[in-house]
Design a protein around this ligand. Structure first.
Ligand code: KDO
Length: 346
């Protein structure tokens, strides 16, 4: 085709010949340049934002995702991990994706409930029983239904659910804590959304909103009396340096959703989506296995460090927290029958 085009340009007059050879040069340069341009354009940038510290499993998992994707779809994606809340602050990631300023994030169900109050059900303490229940709920028909609805209402595609761990209360100075009444007056830091604050207050404490990135200093200076997080995160964020007690309340078996802006997801080729999904599943397995292993090991390890690990009256916490949710305004918005369906997952 190029040859035909050049033949058509072969005029007899010298001026025309100069013109023809310049055109040939320009065309050759363009052809030489094309493959690189096409490749550069085709590489999909995936910026990922999280407030978590790099030592935590759910940040390490993002690098597993990146590596796996590079293996299965070489040169197709440019995964950029932004940890420690340096790109977007905690809680603002969903809106950043919706505005087209971010491709991916790890969302909590609280982030989703902010825009879909019917899903505040999934922020309720003592709803999910254990990691097996969590995997079955988010990995089964209920999870698929959540995915479809979040896509439809928020324009966010939930790629993969991952276990974040079981949240425990931890305090900077020890106190005897058996029931929610013993947490009265305790300034318990929670992430800054009303669904989180509700949980902190339901536990009996005085919930105080604070971004994750500010918790260490607040514990050190005594601005707060405690915070709640799973043990692996407690370790990764070095909260053990500024806390003397862990109370094994186990009040929230927590999930994180690896999410992508639907616009980005819908723009991917089917084959790339399959590879991305597989890479995400592998990354989540890596996270889940390590978290579960560490959750078992850490109790003893913290005790050896001189941190008091105490067991409260779990039933008293469970009853008080569930009662608070049942009579809350949130519960009035839960889709009929969903609570029973979630509890009924075996
Ligand atoms: C937190 O702020 O306590 C929290 O655990 C809430 C989670 O949803 C998640 O945002 C997490 O922080 C961060 O990923 C930091 O580990």
């Amino acid at each position: 085709m190029t040859a035909t085009f050049l033949r058509r340009l072969s005029f007899r007059r010298p001026a025309c010949r100069v013109l023809a050879s310049s055109a040939a040069l320009a065309l050759t340069a363009l052809i030489g340049f094309l493959p690189a341009t096409v490749e550069a354009q085709a590489k999909q940038v995936l910026r990922l934002s999280t407030p978590a510290v790099p030592e935590d499993w759910h940040v390490k998992m993002l690098y597993v995702f990146k590596e796996e994707l590079e293996k299965s779809a070489p040169g197709r994606f440019d995964v950029q991990v932004h940890h420690s809340g340096t790109l977007f602050k905690q809680g603002s990631e969903a809106v950043a994706m919706q505005r087209g300023n971010l491709e991916m994030a790890l969302l909590s169900m609280q982030d989703i409930a902010k825009q879909m109050p019917e899903y505040s059900l999934f922020t309720a303490g003592y709803l999910i029983r254990d990691v097996d229940h969590l995997n079955k709920v988010y990995g089964g028909p209920i999870g698929q239904e959540i995915g479809r609805n979040v896509d439809g209402k928020m324009g966010i595609h939930l790629v993969q659910a991952a276990y974040y761990g079981t949240r425990q209360v931890a305090l900077r100075t020890p106190r005897p804590i058996k029931t929610p009444a013993d947490l009265a007056g305790v300034k318990l830091r929670m992430p800054g959304a009303k669904e989180w604050l509700f949980l902190g207050n339901a536990l009996g404490a005085n919930a105080m909103p604070l971004p994750f990135t500010e918790v260490y200093l607040a514990l050190k200076t005594g601005t707060i009396d405690g915070q709640d997080n799973p043990l692996p995160t407690f370790k990764a964020a070095k909260f053990n340096e500024v806390s003397q007690q862990i109370v094994l309340t186990g009040h929230l078996v927590d999930v994180l959703q690896l999410a992508m802006a639907s616009k980005t997801w819908n723009g991917l080729a089917a084959d790339d989506r399959t590879k991305l999904q597989a890479a995400a599943a592998k990354a989540a397995r890596f996270n889940n296995d390590n978290r579960l292993r560490e959750e078992k090991e850490l109790i003893e390890s913290f005790r050896k460090q001189g941190i008091q690990v105490t067991t409260p009256d779990a039933e008293a916490f469970r009853k008080t927290v569930l009662a608070a949710y049942q009579k809350s305004e949130m519960a009035a918005q839960w889709p009929k029958g969903l609570l029973e369906r979630v509890s009924g997952v075996k």
